[in-house]
Design a protein around this ligand. Structure first.
Ligand code: SAH
Length: 368
């Protein structure tokens, strides 16, 4: 078992770090109901909760000064009672190829996270991080090289989207939780984030426009199924045998493909949503025709959509992307078997598009 920091002790530590530093409540992580109740506890009318919520989640206010219809004494009380999470833009890189922007944001404690803004014809997408670092240890991924620092709070996930909306001046239509971190390793915060993001009283992004990608934490996948949300679940599969998967993803030592497929079927049964398989193609490792055939065997019965990603090589590891010819024949094989396939457009590859690369470069430049 290779996964770093797997012990309960470390989980506790992570939780303590998230919950403890401020005794003050994190106002942007509260639901409308919680905020209204809190107003009543403070001796205020509950409609003040609604006003605050609108400032935070619709008008995307960054401080109380902007909240012009609230009395001064309430703003002062709020300042004492709550922390107000806002991120700071440290860097932005814009792709000359396709307009993709990659942002490096600083959190309140000085840690940094990456978010990516992608412009599509059918609306803009934002890819957000769910943790600072990651403890899953996937072999080709830059985000995991230094392990997990901490998980993000709901407000810190929301704020990546809110700040990008403010900076670009454009509405975000789709949100993918595919940046740094394993979202299902930060389950409670992720769930609250989704509820706030899709709340009709807030930004109201539709659940169907939200995708959560997991390396395959089976118990959490099942728990998520039981929430019966309409979000898309993407499973990072990357191999079709347990043996090969274990070489790429340490989590495969913990959960077998059989258990994973069962969890996908359960997700589909409970939510009516088909699962997407993410499959990063690595030359000579998982891109053979036999592997494509085996992938079709897994995806077919579950009616899964397959998303092929040419691996984005990182300098710390020796993986190469498959040739475009190989990718095309892999895709053809799947299609011949009736599988719905897309090749992920390589957005922003000229700007350190792969998870965790910009953050690592920034950290590197600080150390010099
Ligand atoms: N922890 C989650 C989400 C983050 S990564 C997960 O594992 O799904 C989002 C996707 O990008 C995953 O499928 C991941 O395996 C893949 N990925 C990470 N680094 C990559 C790289 N260098 N090249 C191609 N795909 C990569």
């Amino acid at each position: 078992m290779q996964i770093r920091a797997e012990s309960e002790g470390v989980m506790d530590e992570t939780r303590r770090k998230i919950d403890k530093p401020e005794e003050k409540k994190d106002i942007k992580s509260l639901t409308l109901e919680e905020l209204k109740q809190d107003m009543e506890k403070m001796g205020e009318k509950s409609f003040r909760g609604k006003q605050l919520y609108e400032w935070l989640h619709i008008k995307l206010a960054r401080d109380y000064e902007e909240m012009t219809n609230l009395p001064k004494n309430l703003k002062e009380k709020c300042q004492k009672r709550y922390t107000l999470t806002s991120l700071k833009q440290i860097r932005v890189q814009e792709s000359a190829q396709d307009g993709t922007k990659k942002f490096l944001f600083q959190l309140g404690d000085g840690n940094t996270v990456e978010s990516v803004w992608m412009k599509y014809k059918h609306g803009n997408s934002v890819c957000i991080s769910s943790q600072v670092g990651c403890r899953m240890g996937c072999a080709f991924c830059a985000s995991t090289l230094d392990g997990l620092e901490r998980s993000l709070r709901p407000s810190e996930m929301l704020e990546q989207i809110y700040l990008i909306t403010r900076l670009t001046g454009e509405r975000v239509a789709n949100v993918v939780v595919m940046g740094t971190g394993e979202p299902l390793d930060n389950y409670d915060n992720l769930l609250k984030f989704i509820r706030l993001l899709t709340d009709e009283n807030g930004l109201h992004i539709s659940q169907r426009s939200v995708t959560v990608s997991t390396c395959g934490l089976v118990p959490q996948m099942k728990k998520l199924a039981e929430e019966r949300l309409q979000i898309t679940l993407a499973l990072s599969l990357h191999a079709t045998t347990d043996e090969r998967r274990r070489k790429l993803m340490p989590i495969a030592n913990k959960y077998s493909l059989e258990e994973l497929m069962e969890a996908c079927a359960y997700y589909r049964e409970k939510t009516g949503r088909r699962v997407t398989f993410e499959y990063s193609l690595v030359e000579g490792v998982n891109d053979s025709c036999q592997e494509a055939q085996a992938l079709a065997g897994l995806a077919g019965p579950l009616n899964c959509h397959v998303n092929l990603i040419p691996v984005n090589p990182i300098k710390e590891r020796d993986f190469q992307a498959s040739s475009s010819q190989q990718i095309q024949s892999f895709k053809n094989k799947l299609e011949k078997n009736g599988i719905n396939v897309t090749i992920r457009r390589e957005m922003g590859r000229d700007i350190d598009g792969a998870c965790g690369q910009l953050r690592r470069r920034y950290q590197g430049s600080l150390e010099v």
